[in-house]
Structure formats: C-alpha cells, structure tokens
Design a protein around this ligand. Structure first.
Ligand code: 13P
Length: 251
C-alpha cells in the first residue's frame, strides 16, 4: 500500500526567523496529519536551521532542492549529497522544471543528479512535466516518457524503486492554474503504466506526487485520484496552515 507524501518546496524563500516559525508551525500541527508522510525542502542555507528546530523529531523529513553530481572538490558554489546527508536531509529534488528551464539542466544532467543522490544515500524526487506548448501540441506523454527514460537509461529500472516521482506540469507551476484531477490522473496513470512494463511491483509501490498550484481548496480532489499519491507544493508550503491543510487532505 502506497503512503501519501506531501512535500514543501520552499524554493528561494525565507530567512532564519521565518524558517523557525514555519517549522514550529508544521511540527505543532503534525499530529493531526494521520496518513501522509511530510517533507520540507528549504533553501540550502536554511536546512541546518530547520534541522535544529525539528530537534531530532523524525516525523517531518528534510530535503534539499538540488545537489551537485560530484562528491567534493573544486566546484565553487556547489553542494554535494554527503553534505546534505550531514545536514539532516533524507530527500533531494532533481530536475525541477525551474532548474531545467532557468539553469539549462538537460535530461542527462538530471539523470546524473539522480544517480549522485542515490549513491550519496539520498532519495531523489524526480520532477517531470510538460510545458504549455508541449501540452497544446499533444506531446505531454512523449515529454514525460523521455524525461523518465533518461533516468532508466543511466541507472537502470530497479534503481527507480528508491525514488519518488513528481509530475509537475510547467504551465501549472506558480500560475494559480491547476491541472484538473482528471488531467493529472491521466498523466500519473501513464507514468505508472510505463513503470508496470518494467516491473509490476515498481509500478504498484511508486509514490507519484502532483505539483502545480496545489492548495487547500483543490488538494483533496487531486490526492483522491487513484494514481496521485500526494503533492509537491510550492507557494502553499510557505505557510504552516495551508501546508498542513494539504497534508491533512490525505487523511
Ligand atoms: P506552486 O505550488 O507554487 O505552483 O509550485 C509548484 C512547484 O513547483 C513545486 O515544486
């Protein structure tokens, strides 16, 4: 049985004070979240502050938003998997559409990050999704399949078992426009069917999250769909109240 996972991607938001407030708010409301696993992904520099605030509690997981493919060395400005583990992270996002679009990450770059994350004992949350132009030209499935196939080509299908997939249609990110539950379900099912060709266990157990303007008003309908196993939340993860409301919609 798949457990829902609700993850907050804080993106480049917050400071020390807001981190303490937000983490305390989430921790205080955590007991009312019955079903979902809870993950927060602060900016790198705020991860230790979040970890200190959590003070050893293990019912709110920590993750990062990116990582470098190298373990250490002369890579100015970069952060490695082992540094993230040392800071308390269990997860790391790879291939977020903002990284792909703004920082030029190719499918192969994302696959290398996926591999580096796993080799460093982190669980990668692989983000996939199409742009508006790709959806309008009927290429959603082609794009998502290509993004997933790049990972399979590099690490092999069996390694996907230790990961999470997040379907984030680019046109729904930060726009207030959400994919309808049916639109999202269609792509989630497509992803699960693609996994089922590789292994029925893999397909059955994979947590596939939806991301893109998920909020307390639409979360229940989305998470209620058969193949949607939680959410990757941007804007609505920056307030404890709205983030917890989404977490509770999986109850
Ligand atoms: P929004 O929830 O702000 O649309 O962001 C979604 C997202 O990109 C999460 O990774």
């Amino acid at each position: 049985m798949r457990r829902p996972l609700v993850a907050g991607n804080w993106k480049m938001n917050g400071d020390s004070k807001s981190t303490v407030n937000l983490v305390n708010g989430i921790a205080n409301g955590r007991a009312e979240v019955i079903n979902a696993e809870v993950l927060i992904c602060p900016p790198y520099i705020l991860i230790p502050r979040a970890a200190d605030t959590l003070n050893g509690r293990d019912d709110v997981f920590l993750g990062a938003q990116d990582l470098d493919i190298n373990e250490s060395g002369a890579f100015t400005g970069q952060i490695s998997a082992s540094m993230l583990v040392d800071a308390g992270c269990k997860y790391v996002l790879v291939g977020h559409s903002e990284r792909r679009a703004l920082y030029g990450e190719s499918d192969q770059d994302v696959a290398a990050k996926f591999d580096a994350a796993q080799k460093g004992a982190l669980i990668p949350v692989l983000c996939v999704g199409e742009t508006l132009a790709e959806r309008e030209s009927g290429d959603t499935e082609t794009v998502v399949a290509r993004q997933l196939q790049a990972i399979i080509d590099l690490v092999g299908a069996e390694k996907l078992a230790d990961s999470v997939i997040a379907y984030e249609p680019v046109w729904a990110i930060g726009t207030g426009v959400t994919a309808s539950p049916e639109q999202a379900q269609d792509v989630h099912k497509f992803i699960r069917d693609m996994l089922a060709v590789l292994s029925t266990d893999l397909a059955e157990n994979m947590q596939i999250l939806y991301g893109g303007s998920m909020n307390p008003g639409n979360a229940s309908a989305l998470i209620g769909m058969q193949d949607i196993d939680g959410g990757l939340i941007g804007g609505a993860s920056l307030q404890a109240e709205s983030f917890l409301a989404i977490c509770k919609s999986a109850n």
